[in-house]
Every structure is written in structure tokens, then in C-alpha cells.
Design a protein around this ligand. Structure first.
Ligand code: PMT
Length: 402
């Protein structure tokens, strides 16, 4: 099982002798399915060449904060937003001190300040440096700020000393990185998630659909599985691989999607991220429609309403905790709040699809969640994986309070 499948990891390499293990770490992270971008400090470059890490990560290594060419390709803010996890290995005593103080005087420390992703450090230093009260105070401060520490381990050191301060081995670090994504918040719960578009046939060769790629729904399914839930993902036609530990059911039309969801019930939480067609042609022509000279240049299609999957499930006696999505191009919050009321939901995720960098078929999203008391919680622009993990954590909290 690739526990880091599609996870984006920024690997920071500090200036310590353990930097030689970073090469192996890049390989282990990639073996577990992660995409890795390497950022090196000036000191890190003294111990291992950027070329080695570029060859192993298959991406250019990021070195300088003030390099216009590198900033134009993928700037420090972009790199910080891209990351699902920032892992610094080795983290020297100096790096720990600078991070504890919030110093941002090189690319790596700047990325740490700018990221919303979890940050983990793999300390590596001489045992006396590790034991020093200054380092221990920095350690406490970093932990208090939610920064994770992997290790250090104990044993013989490059300098000949024996004691605490050895960087953990690459495989141990890769496993610890994977554990960061396993929250267990939804252990024992069944989540039903809808994703993707539906297709409504006009005739045997044509259909009506929309621009949904399924990325948001699939990211939610992945995040829910990582949170320990049993996940059923009912999806319209999309071109995405099935996340690990997720039961996927493929459907085509809105009516198929409703039938599959009803068959998957009961569930504890329903998240409806699918872009379901509200209407379908009343009659599906048995043969390909031909141009008809008697109707001139036009074609009239009589459409009928599709069932509302979310409202139907929210109206059942065994109603789950219901979370809808609202894709809007105007009056976002007002229309979303109306859908929350009309469909009898617990939460609605308002998605501004007028902005092409978020919403349909984009890599990123930015959403607001509205609850029954009309309180709005904002999730700023980030990758759909990142937004999905934040949403799943939020939904799990609200579900527990309900
Ligand atoms: O798939 P991506 O490319 O990643 O894009 C993500 C997304 C924009 C599709 C997604 O984040 C999103 O906003 N999904 C909802 C899209 C939508 O069309 O919403 P709506 O306002 O039409 O519907 C409101 C809610 O009712 C949604 O939860 C929808 O799944 C549900 N619904 C709507 C109609 C219907 N017949 N049955 C439903 O269950």
C-alpha cells in the first residue's frame, strides 16, 4: 500500500552530516507514492549536492529565496501552498533555533512560515548540542506551536559520541510522514460521498453534463479514509484513480446516483460534492437524432427535473449528518444558505465557481462553510487535498457536537 500516494512533500535539507541520509529519504518517500520537492539551506549544500537530490526527486532543487528565475518557476509562496507536509531532515540545532524564533532569513524558513501544511522536523546533531537547555527550550516551543518532531534517535554519532541526536533512518521517517495524514477522527464511521458530474443522455451518442472533474469529491474520500472512516464513494464519469481503502461505485446519470446512494445507506455522514444535473431530457431518443429540416436551425429538447439526491437522503428517517456543496457564480453565500435551508442540511460548502483558479476542474479550491446558525467559516485557497483534509476535520468536529 502506498501510504503517501499523491501527497506533496517539501523536503527541507539542513546543513548537517545526516544530510547524506536525505538522498535515501527522497527515494523512500517516492516509493510510498509521494511527490517530493527539495529545498536546501546553504549549509545543506555543503554536505550533499543539489544535483543528487534533483536526480532522485525528478524536480529542480529550490535553493535561494532571492533567485528571480526560481521564483518565477515556483515561488516560495506557491511552494508553501503546494505542500501537504513540510518535512525538514536533517533539522540542525541552528535551524530549530531559527524556526522557534520565527526567523525567515532563507528559503526554507520562509516556506515554513508561509505554509498552512503540517511541519515536521527530524533533528540531527551532536548529543551535547541536543541536550543543551537552549535546544531543549526551542524544542518545547516548536512542539507548543504544533510542529512535529520525528526523533532524534540514540546511538553512536558521526563525531564519535554516543547519545541522543541521531537522525532517524529514511524508512522510519517515511512512515512517520505517512502517520501525519492518519488522524483516526472518524474511526468506526461510515461516510457516503458523491463526486463528479452526471451525464444525462439525449440519444445514443450525445449527453448533457458539466465541468466537474471529481477532484474535490475524490480528495474528500481520501481524507475521510485517512481519518479512519469506512468510505463509499459514488461517482459520475471521471478519469481519476480510486483512493486507497475507498469503496467506489461508478454511475452515469442522476437517477443511477440516487439508486447507488440509497443502496449504500445507512451512513453516518453524507458529503454531496457531485455536480448533479438538475434536469434530463424527458425522452432519450432510441437512435441518433438527425437534423430535421422542418424545425429549421433549432432543436427543442423537453427537459424534466431529476430527483434531488441530497434532499432525498436528508429527508429519510435514518437521516445522516448532511453536508452539501453549493457551486455558484454570483450571490455565493446567500444562495448557499438558501440551499442549506431548502435541503435540510447541517452544513453547506459554498464554492465560488466564477473564479477559474478554484472550483470546477482546478487543482485548488477556496470555500466557506455555512452552518444552520448562518456562521461562516472560511478555508483559503489551497490544493483540493489540503482543503479536503481541513473540511473533513471540521465536519468531524461538527458531527461529534451534533
Ligand atoms: O469536481 P471538481 O472539478 O473538483 O469541482 C468541484 C465542484 C465544483 C463540482 C464541487 O466542489 C461542488 O461545488 N459541487 C456541487 C456542485 C453543484 O452543482 O451544486 P448545486 O448547487 O447544483 O447543488 C447543491 C447540492 O445538492 C450539492 O451538494 C449537490 O451534490 C446536491 N444535488 C444537486 C442536485 C441534485 N439533483 N441532487 C443533489 O444531490
Amino acid at each position: 500500500m502506498q501510504r503517501l500516494y499523491r501527497k506533496r512533500i517539501v523536503l527541507g535539507v539542513g546543513g548537517g552530516i545526516a544530510a547524506y541520509k536525505s538522498a535515501e529519504l527522497v527515494r523512500r518517500l517516492r516509493d510510498h507514492g509521494a511527490e517530493v520537492r527539495v529545498v536546501m539551506t546553504q549549509g545543506g549544500r555543503e554536505f550533499i549536492t543539489p544535483l543528487t537530490l534533483q536526480a532522485l526527486s525528478c524536480h529542480p532543487v529550490h535553493l535561494d529565496l532571492l533567485d528571480p528565475a526560481a521564483e518565477a518557476a515556483m515561488g516560495h509562496i506557491e511552494l508553501a501552498r503546494w505542500a501537504d507536509l513540510v518535512l525538514i531532515a536533517p533539522a540542525t540545532a541552528d535551524l530549530m533555533a531559527r524556526l522557534a524564533q520565527g526567523v525567515a532569513n532563507d528559503l526554507l524558513t520562509t516556506v515554513v512560515l508561509a505554509t498552512n501544511a503540517p511541519v515536521a522536523l527530524a533533528p540531527a546533531m551532536n548529543q551535547a548540542m541536543w541536550a543543551d537547555p537552549a535546544t531543549q527550550a526551542n524544542r518545547e516551543q516548536l512542539l507548543a506551536r504544533g510542529i512535529r518532531l520525528f526523533g532524534p534517535g540514540s546511538g553512536s554519532q558521526a563525531c564519535g559520541d554516543i547519545g541522543m541526536g541521531r537522525m532517524l533512518e529514511a524508512e522510519e521517517l517515511a512512515r512517520a510522514a505517512a502517520d501525519c495524514f492518519e488522524t483516526g477522527m472518524l474511526t468506526g464511521k461510515h461516510l457516503l460521498i458523491t463526486a463528479g458530474p452526471t451525464q444525462e443522455n439525449i440519444d445514443p451518442v450525445r449527453y448533457i453534463t458539466n465541468h466537474s472533474s471529481g477532484k474535490m469529491g475524490f480528495a474528500l474520500a481520501e481524507a475521510a479514509a485517512e481519518a479512519g472512516a469506512r468510505v463509499t464513494l459514488v461517482t459520475g464519469p471521471v478519469f481519476l484513480p480510486t483512493p486507497d481503502r475507498v469503496q467506489r461505485i461508478d454511475v452515469v446519470s442522476a437517477r443511477d446516483m440516487l439508486a447507488a446512494c440509497e443502496a449504500a445507506m445507512p451512513c453516518d455522514i453524507l458529503i454531496a460534492a457531485a455536480a448533479v444535473a438538475d434536469y434530463r431530457p424527458e425522452v432519450v431518443a432510441p437512435h441518433k437524432l438527425k437534423k430535421d429540416p422542418s424545425t429549421g436551425d433549432g432543436l427543442l429538447l423537453q427537459m424534466v427535473r431529476n430527483p434531488d439526491i441530497l434532499a432525498t437522503l436528508a429527508g429519510r428517517a435514518d437521516r445522516p449528518f448532511c453536508v452539501g456543496f453549493a457551486a455558484e457564480t454570483e450571490n455565493l453565500l446567500e444562495y448557499a444558505a438558501r440551499k442549506l435551508r431548502d435541503k435540510n442540511l447541517d452544513l453547506i460548502v459554498a464554492n465560488d465557481v466564477a473564479n477559474p483558479s478554484i472550483g470546477f476542474n482546478s487543482e485548488d479550491n477556496a470555500v466557506s462553510v455555512i452552518d444552520r446558525q448562518q456562521h461562516e467559516t472560511r478555508f483559503g485557497q489551497a490544493s483540493k487535498g489540503h482543503i479536503a483534509r481541513a473540511l473533513v476535520a471540521f465536519i468531524a468536529e461538527r458531527y461529534k457536537e451534533s
